[in-house]
Design a protein around this ligand. Structure first.
Ligand code: OGA
Ligand code: MN
Length: 227
């Protein structure tokens, strides 16, 4: 077949390009509505069974609960649960797409459900410190239907360490996925007025030494915007 006859791929917005440009992106078509709703049910069920526990701060072994900084409750996702495994499969597609587009060398992924109960928040922070062999790319996926500005709980994104004003306020609406560079993007969760469910996750590299900062290696090959 003459390649000139192939349909021209859509040149519209795709999340990989915005991630490369700004270091963060809000994507709404990566996880299907059906899987989003199933994850919501899963999170709510775990919470009703008291399976979510007060989150701490710091590395394993240095796990302290600091109520003045964060007040969410969390539980790690497990591959043994079918719905959770499906979410981890989607994130595997994200990992492959990012690795194909950038020299990030993302290797592993871990994620937890989180619930912010009324009054809960997470003060401004970064998910990783520069140079630490640690988290490289963060994801937050939201699980709340009919969320209104007056329900609070927005994710405020800042584009650099010194920034005072948020560049974006993201409402934690079902199906919304935020992806950002763990070492570069400060963010905070404003106090929620009602139960706010999400899945926060982090990609790591195997050896931090081989993963420099984000570099675009392909600008012409279109990347499927839905993966
Ligand atoms: C986190 C985090 C953001 C959110 O868990 O580190 O920043 O919107 N979560 O839930
Ligand atoms: Mn965070």
């Amino acid at each position: 077949m003459n390649t000139a006859e192939l349909p021209v791929p859509p040149q519209g917005w795709n999340w990989i390009n915005q991630l490369a440009d700004t270091g963060w992106v809000v994507a709404r078509t990566v996880v299907s509505p059906e899987l989003s709703r199933a994850l919501r049910v899963e999170a709510e069920t775990l919470h009703s069974e008291a399976m979510l526990e007060r989150a701490g701060i710091g590395r394993a072994g240095d796990h302290t609960i600091k109520s003045d900084i964060r007040r969410d409750k969390t539980r790690w996702l497990s591959r043994d649960e079918e719905v959770q495994a499906r979410y981890l499969d989607v994130m595997e597609q994200v990992r492959l797409a990012v690795n194909e587009a950038f020299y990030l060398g993302l290797f592993s992924y871990e994620a937890h459900f989180a619930v912010y109960e009324p009054g809960a928040f997470y003060k401004r922070h970064m998910d990783s410190f520069k140079g630490a062999r640690n988290r490289v790319l963060s994801t937050v996926f939201y699980l709340n239907e009919d969320w209104d500005e007056t329900d609070g709980g927005a994710l405020a994104i800042f584009d650099r360490a010194e920034a005072e004003e948020a560049v974006e306020l993201v409402l934690p609406e079902l199906g919304t996925l935020v992806i950002f560079l763990s070492e570069d993007i400060p963010h905070e969760v404003r106090p929620a007025m009602r139960d706010r469910y999400s899945i926060a996750g982090w990609f790591r590299v195997n050896d931090r030494g081989i993963a420099p900062s984000l570099q675009v290696v392909q600008t012409t090959t279109p990347v499927n915007p839905d993966i």
